[in-house]
Design a protein around this ligand. Structure first.
Ligand SMILES: [Zn+2]
Length: 471
């Protein structure tokens, strides 16, 4: 007992000084508990609520795309409401943050389909986005897996109920005095080839709805302003495809230049030049910053009965020293070089990065493209490519002095000679500077234009265009 008592003796001094100990331990415990509680709360929030990292809006005449990016996939519900027309997108287990609420400020007045959007907590666990609409629309929502620096993306595509007809829009714009586009342009039969699916169409260059424009711009019996051409001078249509766009920036230069902006700028300059020719007209597959799936670019070229398809790009490689301009044509079999195969893979990935709804299949188009032999158009593509490459050699070093071939998805129109031009290497600092320079862009557009004209001077279009066939 006494020993124990002795042992216990030192206790009183400690007890004699209780306040600091009592204060210290409980305080430490409290803060520790606090940290644990905070951690648990944080974890539960993290586990339950997906955090949206950013939202983007891509308005275009064809469709408006809304992208919601997050670190986890988002479960969602989508439905329409009427009177007035609204679109509701419910996001499940998503935290309401400024990345989401900021979307309200991203709807421009010029958006063809969305008037405005509100984001708020609808009920516990559900964030509701309400889009006020300018018209009745056909929406599609789908998820994209992480790729190329993007996290999970929930994509909402808002299409018009009646898709703009690219042929009608195109004819309307070119009707002024051209015998191929009489007042009855609206009666022009659809181009032969793929059936017109209800899938929304590609970019009509105009924002004006075709029916309105057709009324105001193609009055019946309007006299032709241009003299009629002979059959040999028939109107030549060039489809110009500005690579990438919207969610798909394409390659990125070291100074931050985005391929999608360069391609659009050069495409627009090329179009300006083509339109100065009395017997040529040009149509852009996109005339703004939005994404178009690769097969839709081809489809649009076919629907406007293009004689040529020219896809504009800017190359990139891991080594910044790689430089020079290149021209590519389709290969039905293997690629002409490892580099060409690699590049085709990069360019074909545009659909994955830009975001295609894989839930919508277009089997008819695929089958048509597979069934038709492309040998003839590939031979013409090589001739066209050679003519363009030769001109490009006058303004920039050529990466290869011949037209390379690989399985580019965008060159697969079976009946239209098609080339893909890599204007220069955006990954090369010197060439990136050139690509940004409007005077280089002009020179590039001049070279491509001259190449196209040279091709036609040696290979005049034989059959009259389908449109010109109408008396
Ligand atoms: Zn590209």
């Amino acid at each position: 007992m006494s020993r124990q008592a002795e042992k216990l003796r030192p206790v009183p001094p400690i007890a004699a000084n209780p306040p600091p100990a009592r204060r210290f331990f409980p305080a430490m415990l409290q803060s520790l508990l606090g940290v644990i509680v905070l951690l648990l709360t944080g974890l539960s929030v993290w586990a339950a609520d997906t955090v949206v990292s950013s939202t983007r809006v891509w308005p275009a005449p064809d469709y408006t795309r809304v992208t919601i990016e997050s670190q986890q996939p988002i479960r969602h519900k989508l439905f329409n409401l009427e009177n007035p027309d609204r679109l509701v997108l419910d996001l499940e287990d998503v935290a309401l943050n400024t990345a989401l609420t900021d979307i309200a400020g991203k709807i421009g007045a010029e958006d063809p389909y969305i008037k405005g959007v509100r984001a708020g907590r609808f009920k516990p666990g559900t964030i509701r986005l309400v889009f006020d609409l300018k018209a009745k629309v056909k929406p599609e929502a789908f998820a994209l897996a992480p790729i190329a620096g993007y996290g999970h993306r929930l994509v909402l595509d808002i299409y018009p109920l009646t898709p703009p007809d690219p042929l009608l829009a195109f004819l309307k714009r070119h009707e002024s005095g051209q015998p191929e586009t009489p007042a009855g342009a609206t009666a022009v039969a659809p181009a032969p080839g793929p059936a017109l699916t209800p899938t929304p169409e590609l970019s009509a260059p105009e924002v004006t709805p075709p029916q309105v424009a057709a009324k105001s711009e193609t009055p019946a019996g309007k006299p032709a302003a241009r003299p009629a051409r002979t059959a040999s001078e028939r109107l030549i249509t060039i489809a110009i495809d500005a690579g990438h766009g919207g969610e798909d920036p394409g390659a990125r230069g070291r100074a931050g230049t985005l391929e999608k902006n360069i391609t659009l700028s050069i495409a627009q300059k090329l179009k300006e030049r083509i339109e100065t020719e009395p017997n040529m007209r040009a149509v852009l597959t996109r005339d703004g910053d939005f994404f178009i799936p690769l097969h839709m670019r081809v489809d649009k070229a076919r629907r406007v009965r293009a004689d040529l398809f020219v896809s504009i790009h800017a190359d990139a490689f891991v080594k910044p020293s790689a430089n020079g301009s290149s021209v590519f044509a389709l290969s039905e079999r293997g690629a002409t070089s490892v580099a060409a195969r690699w590049l085709a893979k990069q360019e074909n990935d545009a659909d994955l990065i830009g975001g295609v709804n894989l839930g919508i299949k277009d089997p008819y188009l695929k089958q048509t493209l597979l069934d038709l032999s492309q040998t003839a158009s590939i031979n013409d593509s090589l001739k066209l490519g050679k003519a363009v490459l030769q001109e490009m050699g006058g303004i920039n070093r050529l990466h290869k002095n011949y037209v390379e071939q690989a399985g580019f998805a965008v060159l697969k129109a079976p009946d239209i000679p098609s080339i893909l031009i890599e204007t220069a290497f955006i990954s090369n600092p010197d060439e990136e500077r050139k690509l940004r320079d409007p005077s280089y862009q002009n020179k590039m557009a001049d070279a491509i234009f001259t190449g196209i004209k040279r091709y036609f001077s040696k290979n005049p279009p034989l059959a009259p265009a389908q449109v010109a066939n109408n008396p």
